[in-house]
Ligand binder design. Sequence first.
Ligand code: F6P
Length: 369
Amino acid sequence: MKIGILTGGGDCPGLNAVIRAVAKSLILQCDAEVIGFEEGFLGLIENKYRKLEYIDVSGILPAGGTILGTHNKANPFSYFKADGDDVSERVKANYDELGLDGLVVIGGDGTMTIAHRLGRVGIRSVGVPKTIDNDLMHTERTFGFDTAVSIATDAVDRLQTTGQSHGRVMILETMGRYAGWIALHAGMAGGADVILIPEIPFDIEEVARVCRRRDEHQNFTIIVVGEGAKPEGGEQVVRETIEESPDPVRLGGIGNFLKEKLEPMVDSEIRTTVLGHIQRGGTPTAFDRNLATNFGIYAASLVAADRFGEMVALQNGRMSTVELKKVADKTRYVPVDSLMVRAAAAVGTSLGRSDLDIELAQPGDDLSI
Ligand code: F6P
């Protein structure tokens, strides 16, 4: 058996843990030959690859990034160096020439969409869900999310002490694209006073009211805002657009937008911190290492069973699978009636609106985090 492996899209803590788990289990259990493609789908398009031996994937478990490199623009259906050409047939020719039996593709929704489309030209894939954003459909966790949340929580903790010392409003902008998972989980873990997520467009008057109310007693306010958050009736703030990318819009800037809007409405000084790629770098948490390892082992077992066209997933705390086509081109948003949103409401954390009618969780309710 000969299997290719690649990491697509933005990097994320835990990628190496998956590469290690897939390669080790395929080598040990199936005596397979494992080929690592470099820089995501670019490696498959341009035939850039290397054989991965057992020794090559030893010692990489705690390392951040990806030993294979990744690429967030290379798309076989719109090859950026050739004015958007569809080079999927060329990719298929490379795949056949190498004698591959299938691929393990580790990535987010863009990668799963490409893997699904490649299935139509005869390239078989098993997907592994990666992203700090935790926004892939049909899996309750993606690896990388826990690490990003711990880093963002640490930032909230640090902003608390400096914010308190100066009596300031401290705004922390997190990543997460169009979903508020990182902001919500880090905001709750850090005890933020206001959490703004894309799923609940905020009312700036309400945010200002919370800051003024806190000024009367506590004298400082912590606001965690997901990069995709937007005011009611307003738009998301776009940092840049990268036309060649399968996902061209890069969000960012809502933290400073919020600061500008709030400044005339509150007396305290306001400071904004944009956490940015710090959330994506460095070593994964123990939870992400183990999730990534289990995802990798499960992906290898699907390959061994000759099952392709599926993505491994965590559902109700169990390893499971979902068809790639059900994940492609979709985003998993924070449900506004989820446990964490209700927890925020229960402890008096503002979600940026005074008119939200959030039912508090009751014993016996079927709620997931
Ligand atoms: O999807 C992961 C992510 O880090 C998002 O949270 C963020 O919006 C985006 O990637 C940033 O992309 P780039 O690394 O291209 O700036």
